[in-house]
Design a protein around this ligand. Structure first.
Ligand code: AHR
Length: 791
């Protein structure tokens, strides 16, 4: 079987082959993939592929929460956002519907046959569908005895009336009014207008417009198209409500679940940690209406058929944003929140919180089994608080699996500290690890869990995404994620949950990319990463089949080069020796990423620009052993030299960084050869002799005759794979990924697996590695399917 490259004329990228007991082996290929049918595999948890929802990029209000009116309750920090109001109208706080919802609009009415009109433009326009039904509602009261009528209209941008109805009479007390509206045309950017007549003034609040047709037909429910693409992923779980949003900028806007339940007009709305710009204007923070609160969340999990995984604030705000902590002796109410959430989800209606759930329409328990305490927290500050939560939860709810966090990254001091804790008694069932890294990192770390110490808790890869330098959702990033996922599945005994992050992004309203699913008011656009998630999630085996992959030649092809970082330098006597032959590279083909910085003559290359990473690649691409000798001298700037190897113009950085970090350290930075920084520097104005010897799996780096690094070459496989059995139909499933530029002809060796029947396959391919989907070309990258018979 041949896995063609991602970008070429014939393509098969994430190949997910789903076979009712199996497939024939090829002969003589470069790569062999052996499935050990007789070896014991690991159970793959039903939660292996799930979702992580955070209200970022307008994911909730203006996103999946189907409310069409922005700022319906006048609680936003930008109080009139989305509204135009009549003169003499103003916000009032005296006598609100509920103290949690303090602001409402008082509209002064001119009396007689005059009227006053206010309008709302929704989230950048209100999308309406012809003949569909929309539920309009508001809370109103009159402040003086008068006969008030409210005329409600949906209007096109040019003022054409698309639907209309009247409400009234109003009472002296707050009362809710509702009517159904059916537009006569489909419009993407309508507005709502409310015209009031009568005398005195009236108070208005909770002005709402919902499509009747929401996901699973829920009132106060979710936007159907967006929820449907989540359902199509067949998620095993839904983590909620974040992310950093759980933590808050400070404790003032930390997420507290109790603010989000009960009647929507009683909920205590909040400003969002995420904002529309990078400035400091307080009105630019997004708003959380909490219309999508914890009840709606549990209900959505039920409608999606997945497990809820709530994450609670651990008594700390975001450590990267100021580290405000609840004093340990005041942690009680925060811990109580966690205990009460279990009661809200699972307790009988005879309990306080179980009764609220029943009142909200769900007497049956929601079946909560897992809970996260803290997101991306670290240090003793966190563990001191986490352990108090853990003790209380273990005592009262031993049935709940506890998810702790190893901090914002992996392989750093915070995560090392956390893992030490987990392996020495800190109680946790699962640890949440996050990584947003380059596509190359995903490829070189797809074996991350192969030899991971199993003595601690299991792992939830709770947020991951491959980040291109330009943050685009490319096929290349998706393939890197797919390669990463194969490693997670191969280690299913350890990794039980995974989720891409973030999930949703409203176009024009994001501050974090890449994201899995994009949307505007009327369209949903799926990224290549979405398709990878979908292919893995729909093809989840129950039990892994252990496998080995052997490549005959997995040494990358690349070129030698010289360069600098914020430094002016010269290079001479650049000699490459391969197979006993030495060539002067300065006489061969030269390719620079900043050609104007470079001049060459008399065997010397001069680099004269103070730029980050200005380099010149020299000679042809090759793979195999070599010795490189050269001399280099820095004449200006702050650092030393970059000596490139295995380098390609569009590939990842692969260099020996000599005198990096302001001329304080040397390090090898390359996907295949890595050596961490060691203290060291170069002397300005002095010619240094540099040698790199790459011999088999060992690469030696020396400066002025002294070895600085002796590094091992890691072999990055050319094909990444995982496999397993789906028990229900005795089906063998193989996930195979070729992220590289070359075809990967692969032999499938099946040990103790008897091939029979039809092979069906699903392929994700495109014309180039940086292929993306867009609103104009939404299906540029999407899976295709096929099948073949086994002879
Ligand atoms: O997914 C976006 C953010 O990334 C999350 O809020 C946070 O947990 C992480 O830093």
């Amino acid at each position: 079987m041949k896995f063609e490259p991602a970008h070429g004329r014939k393509f098969s990228l994430v190949a997910i082959l789903s076979v009712p007991l199996w497939i024939s082996a090829a002969t003589g290929p470069q790569i062999s993939l052996t499935l050990h049918g007789a070896k014991k595999g690991a159970a793959v948890a039903p939660t292996m592929h799930g979702l992580f929802f955070e209200d970022i990029n307008y994911a909730a209000d203006g996103g999946i929460y189907a409310e069409l009116i922005e700022n319906r309750s006048f609680e936003q920090r930008d109080p009139m956002r989305a509204w135009t109001i009549p003169a003499d109208s103003r916000l009032e706080t005296n006598g609100p519907i509920h103290p949690n919802n303090p602001h409402f609009l008082r509209v002064s009415l001119p009396g007689g046959d005059k009227s006053a009109t206010l309008t709302n433009s929704g989230f950048g326009g209100i999308p309406l569908e012809r003949s569909a039904q929309y539920r309009f509602s508001l809370f109103a009261r009159r402040t003086a005895v008068s006969d008030h009528t409210l005329s409600i209209r949906l209007e096109s941008p040019s003022g054409e009336i698309l639907a209309a109805g009247n409400l009234g009479p109003l009472q002296d007390k707050w009362s809710r009014h509702e009517l159904m509206l059916t537009p006569s045309a489909t419009v993407a950017d309508a507005r709502l207008s409310i015209t009031a007549s009568g005398g005195g003034s009236i108070d208005l609040d909770m002005i709402s417009l919902f499509p009747k047709d929401t996901f699973a037909g829920r009132q106060n429910g979710m936007r159907k198209d967006l929820a449907q693409v989540l359902a199509d992923l067949h998620p095993g779980f839904l983590r909620f409500p974040g992310g950093c949003i759980v933590e808050g900028n400070g404790l003032a806007n930390a997420y507290r679940w109790k603010d989000t339940v009960g009647p929507i007009e009683h909920r205590k709305e909040n400003w969002n940690l995420w904002r529309n710009d990078k400035g400091t204007d307080p009105t630019k923070h997004y708003h959380q209406s909490y219309g999508l609160g914890f009840f709606e969340y549990f209900q959505l999990c039920e409608d999606l058929g997945c497990a809820p995984v709530p994450v609670l604030n651990c008594g700390m705000a975001c450590q990267a944003r100021g580290n405000e902590c609840v004093p340990l002796d005041e942690l009680g109410p925060w811990v109580q929140d966690a205990l009460d959430l279990v009661e809200f989800a699972n307790g009988p209606p005879t309990t306080k919180w179980g009764a609220l759930r029943a009142e909200m329409g769900h007497p049956a328990p929601f079946g909560l089994t897992m809970m996260g305490v803290g997101n991306e927290q670290w240090s003793e500050d966190y563990f001191a608080r986490y352990e108090i939560f853990a003790k209380a939860l273990r005592q009262k709810h031993p049935e709940i699996q506890l998810i702790s966090t190893s901090g914002p990254g992996v392989d750093d001091a915070h995560s090392a500290f956390a893992w030490k804790k987990f392996r020495s008694g800190t109680p946790a069932d699962i640890v949440d690890e996050h990584y947003y890294r380059s596509p190359e990192w995903f490829l070189t770390h797809s074996n991350r869990y192969d030899n991971f110490d199993r003595s601690g808790p299991r792992i939830f890869v709770g947020e991951f995404a491959a980040h291109e330098k330009n943050r685009a959702s490319t096929l290349r990033a998706a393939l890197a994620e797919a390669a990463g996922l194969t490693g997670m599945i191969r280690n299913a005994d350890l990794v039980t949950m995974t989720a891409y992050a973030p999930l949703l992004a409203r176009t024009g309203a994001t501050q974090w990319t890449p994201d899995l699913i994009w949307f505007d008011n009327t369209c949903v656009q799926l990224t290549p990463s979405y398709h990878v998630q979908s292919m893995f999630s729909r093809n989840r085996p129950d039990l892994t089949v252990p496998l080995d992959i052997v490549s005959r030649n997995d040494r990358p092809k690349g070129r030698i080069g010289v360069g600098t970082w914020q430094t002016i330098a010269e290079f001479r006597n650049i000699r490459l020796t391969r197979d006993g032959t030495t060539t002067d590279l300065s006489t061969l083909e030269q390719t620079s990423n900043r050609p104007t910085d470079w001049t060459s003559g008399g065997g010397t290359l001069k680099q004269s620009g103070l730029a980050e990473n200005s380099h010149m690649l020299l000679g042809p691409e090759f793979s195999g052993d070599f010795t490189l000798d050269l001399e280099a001298r820095a004449t200006g700037g702050s650092e030393g030299f970059l000596i490139l190897f295995d380098a390609t113009p569009s590939g990842p950085a692969s260099w020996w960084n000599i005198g990096g970090w302001n001329n304080t350290a040397h390090a090898v930075e390359s996907p295949a050869v890595n050596s961490p920084p060691v203290p060291g520097n170069i002397e300005r104005g002095r010619w240094h002799h540099i040698r790199i010897e790459s011999n088999g799996d060992t690469v030696n780096f020396s400066l002025d005759g002294r070895t600085v690094h002796k590094a091992a070459r890691t072999h990055q496989p050319r094909v990444f794979a995982s496999a397993g059995i789906r028990k229900t139909n005795r089906e063998l499933i193989i996930h195979a990924v070729n992220p590289g530029p070359e075809p990967a002809e692969t032999a499938f060796n099946l040990e103790s697996i008897q091939p029979t029947g039809e092979v069906s396959f699903e392929l994700l391919t495109a014309d180039r590695p940086d292929a993306v989907n867009s609103f104009d070309d939404p299906e540029h990258v999407k899976p295709s399917t096929g099948n073949f018979s086994i002879p």
